[in-house]
Design a protein around this ligand. Structure first.
Ligand SMILES: Cc1cc2nc3c(=O)[nH]c(=O)nc-3n(C[C@H](O)[C@H](O)[C@H](O)COP(=O)(O)OP(=O)(O)OC[C@H]3O[C@@H](n4cnc5c(N)ncnc54)[C@H](O)[C@@H]3O)c2cc1C
Length: 323
């Protein structure tokens, strides 16, 4: 059996889980086994229907009165106890903050190696895995030992595809034994983010701003452009470090990773640490004064010029088209 942890936030599915299930289904086929999903907490139950279309044969519903919100050690302890019961061949987690954190705890508790950022897996006594390294600029072939095999799947590296036997998964309730200790770290409250509207990770269009934007106020036109395109605004580390954008909006190696249909990079040079956060975009439009900037040379489209002149002109044209 291939056991796959589903990442969700109080019932809201993190769709990187579907990419992981796509690889998990392939792995189940290759090892002549079945794909099972782990759904932690009652809020995850409605997700079962969606998982059926990804070839999940069994859904383990982990039930516990305190599992109403994320608690990394409690999630990891639940997975650990499920491993002891179900004896899977491999355990997968999606390449998300929660997926990485939980599987890292599981690996530490079992004293087993964990392969993170995997993009392909060839099973065997030892698994051969392909992994993204150095923020995605390097592909590594590695050998993964241990039992069960623990793998976290790189986000946005595999397209989520439905498939397999589409029928209702068998739901098995699993009640872990959890103590107070496992809930020492848990979500106790939430604060609304400064950003409003669509999130950077979900947006189909992202407008990014860097040092070239020049100031906090300089972002106003980027906000306007994004609003017209139903998109979201992000920034380079320079823009967030200078306080022009909130830190949560930073795109890159030490920020968030985006995969929109279109990324409009304004006044961003395209340093590798920024590129690894945005390279999942399907199309790139660079607006930059420097025709030699890496972002410009890598982009599908580029406009060479001052963004303070170009973006207002772009906004005017889009408004005309919309009218
Ligand atoms: C460990 C580490 C982690 C890092 N993590 C991240 C990260 O997560 N995300 C990130 O972004 N960076 C990160 N960085 C920083 C990264 O190396 C770059 O310094 C940063 O991305 C550069 O930001 P920038 O493109 O806004 O600025 P610059 O590199 O200064 O580029 C500004 C660009 O704006 C153009 N420009 C200037 N004026 C205009 C104008 N009026 N109109 C149009 N274009 C104009 C310039 O031609 C230039 O190309 C990290 C660095 C390190 C060492």
């Amino acid at each position: 059996m291939i056991l796959a942890l589903i990442d969700h936030d109080r019932g809201s599915l993190n769709t990187v889980s579907l990419e992981m299930l796509t690889l998990g289904r392939q792995l189940a086929n290759d090892t002549d086994s079945t794909l099972a999903a782990i759904l932690i907490g009652d809020t995850a139950l409605p997700l079962i229907e969606q998982l059926a279309t990804y070839g999940v044969a069994t859904a383990y519903h982990v039930e516990h009165e305190n599992l109403d919100d994320y608690a990394p050690q409690a999630w990891a302890q639940s997975v650990l106890q499920l491993i002891e019961t179900a004896a899977p061949e491999a355990v997968l987690a999606p390449g998300t903050d929660r997926g990485y954190e939980v599987l890292a705890h599981v690996a530490a508790l079992l004293d087993l190696p964990l392969a993170a950022n995997c993009t392909a897996v060839i099973p065997g006594d030892d698994y051969q895995v392909m992994r993204l390294r150095w923020g995605g600029s390097l592909l590594e072939e590695a050998v993964l030992k241990g039992s069960p095999k623990l793998l976290a799947i790189a986000p946005h590296a595999i397209a989520a595809e439905e498939g397999g036997d589409v029928k209702e998964p068998v739901v098995t309730v699993f009640i872990p034994t959890l103590t107070k200790k496992e809930f020492r770290v848990r979500v106790t409250g939430r604060e609304p983010s400064d950003s409003q509207g669509i999130s950077l990770t979900d947006a189909r269009v992202v407008v990014g701003g860097g040092r070239g934007v020049g100031s906090r106020e300089g972002f106003d036109v980027l906000d306007e452009l994004a609003a017209l395109l139903d998109g979201a605004v992000g920034g380079s580390r320079v823009a967030t470090n200078l306080g022009w954008r909130p830190h949560a909006d930073q795109i890159g190696q030490t920020g968030i990773r985006i995969a929109p249909d279109l990324y409009i990079a304004c006044g961003i040079s395209g340093a590798i640490q920024h590129w690894v956060g945005c390279k999942g975009a399907k199309q790139f439009l660079a607006i930059n004064t420097d025709a030699e900037a890496p972002m410009v040379t890598k982009a599908d489209y580029a406009v060479i010029g001052d963004l303070h002149e170009l973006i207002p002109a772009l906004i005017t044209e889009i408004q005309k088209l919309k009218e």
